[in-house]
Design a protein around this ligand. Sequence first.
Ligand code: ASP
Length: 330
Amino acid sequence: MRSSLACFLILPLLALARGDEPAQPTPKRFAIVIHGGAGTDPAKMTKAEVAAVEASLKKALDIGVEELDKGGTSLDAVEKVIRFLEDDPLFNAGKGAVFNAEGKHELDASIMDGRTKACGAVASARTVKNPISLARLVMTKTKHVLLVADGAEKFAGEMKVDRVDQQYYFTQKAYDEWQKKRTERTSSKSAEAPKGTVGCAALDSHGNLAAGTSTGGLTNKKAGRVGDSPIIGAGTYADNATCAVSCTGTGEEYIRHAVAYDISARLAYKGDSLKDAVHAILTTRLKKGDGGIIAVDRLGNITMQNNTTGLSRAAADSSGYKEVKLGNEK
Ligand code: ASP
């Protein structure tokens, strides 16, 4: 009896002394994380505006949790959450998308399945109500990854997805921001982080990861400009072996540094924790003010980080943890 107790106590110490890996924490049955853009500064918002964004993120989170808790897939959770946020004019995705330099709306989205590395994306879509769903159809119904502009529009017709006219995307807020940006001298170099892009990353109870991102891009962007959101490896990435990631911020920087893929690679090749990998990117690759990143790893660990004035975000997992936040950690 005494000797078996000694073994129980001593063996783990010997293992540690040999440098063995400590036991992994218990994986979560499911986990989900959402963002609504990295430019939010609650100090510059009214109480009512803060409450509205928080309420919407909470609803989106509930939609995702319900899907995952009943055993649904991470892909379905990601698509449902993003569709909900695309339909909410508070965000720069779907209805509420920003204006480009020609006063038009061009929408980008992508989705990725960490189980198979299947992925789909659309860029510069102009009449698609829910670009995330069209991105998923690119993934499942074509042998391609990315369809753009007229090609994306034609595919939307073939798939018979919901269509809208450009007027549908209009919001006074996005219009006012466009007017402000157009008259700013430093328009294209503005240090203010873009706002309102949406994204989601999830782990389901089958052990599968998925991620997706949807945006109207940057206010006053050139017609035809495409950011990181529809670029697999830049704004979105998922791999069951590592993690699922969705980014938000100045897209050019995220493309330049292949941010979403780099996070996965740091886990795979360097053995970084998810939190450390995201922190390293935000502090050593990206510049202050560039944006934010949300991610979940294969064990259900969640991270939400940014180097801006704030990140609208929400997260939950199967342990009962749930939070919705704007701004920065105090
Ligand atoms: N990353 C998006 C883009 O550059 C914008 C954003 O995240 O707010 O198009």
